[in-house]
Structure formats: C-alpha cells, structure tokens
Design a binder for this molecule. Structure first.
Ligand SMILES: O=P(O)(O)OC[C@H]1O[C@H](OP(=O)(O)OP(=O)(O)O)[C@H](O)[C@@H]1O
Ligand SMILES: O=c1cc[nH]c(=O)[nH]1
Ligand SMILES: [Mg+2]
Length: 210
C-alpha cells in the first residue's frame, strides 16, 4: 500500500470490529458498534483540520484557545449503509454539511447503480469526506466520487470500515488523489463480490432487512 491508504490501527477499533463481524451480533448491537467506531475513525480522518484561536475567559483568566477554523466540511453518505458511519460522524462534528448519494450494486454485474443524489450547493468549496462501511469492488465509491468531482469537489477523502484489497486497488487507480481510511483490509473478494472473511451485507445487518 502507499501513503494514500491509512489503516486506522487501534485496539478499540479492532475489538469493536470483531464484535460486529460475529454472525450473532444483533441489529441493535451492530448499529451501535458502527456508531462507536465512526467516532474513532473520525478522530483520525480529521487530524489535519485547521485550527485558529479565540479569546475566551476561563473562570480564572483570559486565554487564546484553539477552535476549528472554517468548518467547511461536508460528509457524503453512500446510502444505505453509509448512514451508519455518518450518524457517529455528525455527533462529533454537528456543524458539518451532509450530502447523500444512493447507490446499489447490480447483483449480476456488481456495477453501481445511482438512484438518488442531494448535495449542498457549495460542495465545490468544501472538504468532502465520503463514507460507506464497505469497499468491496470499489465500484460504488468510485462512482460516487466521480459524481462529486463533476459537481466541482476537489478536496475528497474516502472513509470505510472494511475494505477488500481489490477495492482499495481499484479506487486508488480510479481516483489517485483521494486518500482512503479504513479500519481493516480483509483477505479477498469472493465470486459474489463479498468481502471475506468480512461481516456480510452491512446494509442488511444495520437495518435488519434479511
Ligand atoms: O465496493 P462495491 O462492490 O461497490 O460494494 C460496496 C457497496 O455495497 C454495499 O451496498 P449495497 O449495494 O448492498 O446497498 P445498501 O447499502 O443499500 O445495502 C455497501 O454499502 C457499499 O455501498
Ligand atoms: O461484503 C460486502 C460487500 C459489499 N457490500 C457489503 O455490504 N458487504
Ligand atoms: Mg450501498
């Protein structure tokens, strides 16, 4: 891998991801773990946010205290499963703008089919973080990022929970300017485009649709 791929390596993330992988994890447990991991991943992916200072008064004296500058952030959730990560992210950064892009994978071709898109008008000027728990073939993330670039976005990162080596390679090739952050890279993709060992279908596990 290269410097554009960050595996966020932390014992808490590894432990919580293991709990999510277990086939016995309930829908409720799966969702709450995803939200918790989203907090930890957000901590890492926002490490380079600029700061400025504000003059404040503590109970004892005045000081110049650090605050986030600009706050021109936009999170883009790839529906449906992206919303599980998004929820945890907006808890940490409640002033971020949010865009949604609906994608499903054609089960035969594994190509991404877009069915919805709603973005803030000023997306071109924002730092964009695209989120989807699963990076399998890379088709969904690649198509979502291409759409955002057509809308003028130039500063884009991609955040997922679990990636296949094939998806990382495909996304690096299609969008070499987009850094990828993930909690883990698994062994492989299977013949149906599932990440192995993986955790199954993230959307179905989050929403109990299977
Ligand atoms: O890298 P890819 O091969 O494109 O696979 C990853 C995509 O597959 C899943 O979505 P799915 O199509 O199951 O839709 P859902 O989120 O509505 O369940 C997942 O949430 C990603 O969006
Ligand atoms: O393993 C996979 C692959 C694509 N989408 C998922 O939700 N899981
Ligand atoms: Mg999807």
């Amino acid at each position: 891998m290269d410097e554009y791929v960050t595996v966020v390596d932390h014992p808490l993330i590894k432990h919580k991801l293991t709990l999510m992988r277990r086939a016995t994890a309930s829908t409720q447990k799966f969702r709450s773990l995803l939200r918790e991991i989203a907090h930890l991943l957000t901590y890492e992916i926002t490490r380079d946010l600029e700061l400025t200072t504000e003059r404040i008064e503590t109970p004892l004296e005045e000081m110049d205290a650090p605050v986030l500058a600009g706050k021109k952030l936009c999170f883009v959730s790839i529906l449906r499963a992206g919303n599980g990560l998004l929820e945890g992210m907006v808890e940490l950064l409640p002033s971020a703008r949010v865009g949604h892009i609906g994608m499903f994978r054609d089960p035969e071709t594994l190509e991404a089919v877009e069915y919805y898109c709603k973005m803030p008008d000023d997306i071109a000027g924002r730092r964009v973080i695209v989120v989807d728990p699963m990076l399998a073939t890379g088709n969904s993330a690649g198509a979502a990022i291409s759409h955002l670039k057509k809308l003028g976005a130039t500063n884009i990162k991609f955040l997922c929970l679990l990636a296949a080596p094939e998806g990382v390679a495909a996304l690096r090739a299609e969008h070499p300017d987009v850094p990828i952050y993930t909690a883990a890279i698994d062994e492989r993709l299977d013949d149906h485009g599932y990440i192995r060992p993986g955790l199954g279908d993230a959307g179905d596990r989050m929403y109990g649709t299977k």
